[in-house]
Design a protein around this ligand. Structure first.
Ligand code: B16
Ligand code: MG
Length: 215
């Protein structure tokens, strides 16, 4: 159950919640894994959602039973990001997920603070390409956090930047790691996607549009 009456701030995850970029992360990781001789599945990918670039690589190497030097890892990460950036080069407002813009507008109209809480180091470019950056009162991304979700750092930094207590924050997340991070932060959390992948969420919705009338 979610108590909307107490919500003073909404903290949005980016990839897979606001913007349809999760598929491009999958495609880039898939390409990298194939190059390593590992058959990377959509089920594997679910475990990488919300997880930082380096921790995602460490998981793939573990699943593939491979060990790489720091130099080799840096090389693999650079390639993965190049492929990802090429895939999102044409990103534009059409790639916003259903209901994203309507919800951002509604929250802004209602005076509810809006923050980004993303693990991505590419977040700013994505917000600019999709033309939604101006809606945010606080921007916390993979460049300013030390600890990857499920650690709550990214969301706690968002709340602190806004000056709002965690209990008054609502997180919107598409990844299990993000749901766990929001719960660890002491925030309410709504999962966006399929219930089976979002255990511990206060509720799960198929898309953000269904939340517009809640505020
Ligand atoms: P990057 P989010 C996360 O973004 C993605 O879900 C995850 O797949 C990705 O590995 C991570 O960002 C790092 O992204 O390589 O662009 O720095 O879902 O937390 O917005
Ligand atoms: Mg996500």
């Amino acid at each position: 159950m979610i108590n909307y009456n107490t919500v003073k701030a909404v903290i949005f995850d980016l990839d897979g919640v606001l913007v349809d970029t999760a598929i491009y992360h999958f495609q880039a990781w898939h390409r990298l894994a194939e190059g390593l001789g590992y058959s990377f599945s959509i089920v594997d990918n679910e475990q990488l959602k919300g997880v930082s670039r380096i921790e995602s690589l460490e998981l793939i190497l573990k699943w593939a039973g491979l060990e790489k030097s720091d130099h080799e890892k840096a090389d693999l990460l650079a390639h993965k990001n190049q492929w990802y950036l090429a895939l999102i080069e044409q990103l534009n407002p059409d790639h916003l997920l259903s209901g994203s813009l309507d919800l951002l507008k509604k929250l802004q109209d209602k005076g509810i603070k809006i923050a980004l809480g993303s693990a991505s180091k590419n977040a700013m470019g994505i917000l600019e390409k999709t033309e939604i950056i101006s809606y945010f009162d606080a921007l916390i991304d993979g460049n300013v956090v030390q600890l990857s979700k499920p650690n709550p750092e990214v969301f706690l930094k968002g709340a602190e930047t806004l000056g709002i207590e965690p209990a008054y924050c609502l997180v919107l997340e598409d990844a299990q790691a993000g749901i766990d991070a929001a719960n660890a932060a002491g925030m309410q959390v709504i999962g966006v996607g399929q219930e089976a992948h979002l255990k511990g969420a206060g509720m799960v919705v198929p898309e953000l549009g269904v939340l517009v009338d809640k505020f």
